[in-house]
Design a binder for this molecule. Structure first.
Ligand SMILES: [Fe+2]
Ligand SMILES: [Fe+2]
Length: 178
């Protein structure tokens, strides 16, 4: 754990927003599965859901280790994630995959930035940086799975991507603070 107050503060914010993000991410895939559970693509969605669960479990443990409280809006991230997943899935598999591309692009970039911004002077945080880098790679793999399943061919893809990414960025700002 970092000794320096400002580093601790920075890491607390990072862990809180990551925990909130993974809460939402897992629920997006659960929302998709509620609609597409019997579709051939469900196998891929389950694979992504299981990885989000592992990410969430990791941040659960890190919140405990660093004594950081979760976002007060956790119930909201749960509901919003599920709704986003279920609504896009109801529009079809391509729309569900479009949602995945949009979300995972933002999360992948977010983890990349975090991994690079954690102070290198704190060797204790080396393991945390490694974790963030692995998660970044897995989120980008999710994006690629969604591209392989024609997410970019969804009707209204550019606008959908823009709206969902704007929502994700607002959620990140809010979850850092609340
Ligand atoms: Fe994740
Ligand atoms: Fe992901």
């Amino acid at each position: 754990m970092p000794q320096n107050y400002s580093d601790q503060h920075e890491i607390s914010r990072a862990l809180r927003v990551d925990h909130a993000g993974e809460t939402g991410a897992r629920r997006i895939y659960e929302g998709q599965l509620a609609v597409l559970g019997n579709h051939p693509v469900a196998q891929e969605i389950r694979h992504m859901r299981d990885q989000e669960q592992e990410h969430l479990d990791t941040f659960d443990a890190l919140l405990n280790e660093y004594e950081v409280r979760p976002s007060l809006l956790s119930p909201f991230w749960n509901g919003a994630g599920f709704a986003l997943g279920a609504i896009t899935a109801a529009m079809g598999t391509k729309a569900a995959m479009a949602c995945t591309i949009a979300v995972e692009e933002v999360i992948g970039t977010h983890y990349d930035r975090q991994a690079k911004s954690i102070p290198k002077s704190h060797q204790d945080e080396g393991a945390l940086v490694k974790t963030l880098e692995r998660f970044r790679d897995e989120e980008l793999e999710h994006r690629d799975i969604a591209k392989d399943h024609d997410g970019e061919k969804a009707i209204g893809y550019p606008i959908m991507r823009r709206v969902i990414q704007a929502g994700c960025r607002v959620a990140i700002k809010v979850a850092e603070r609340v």
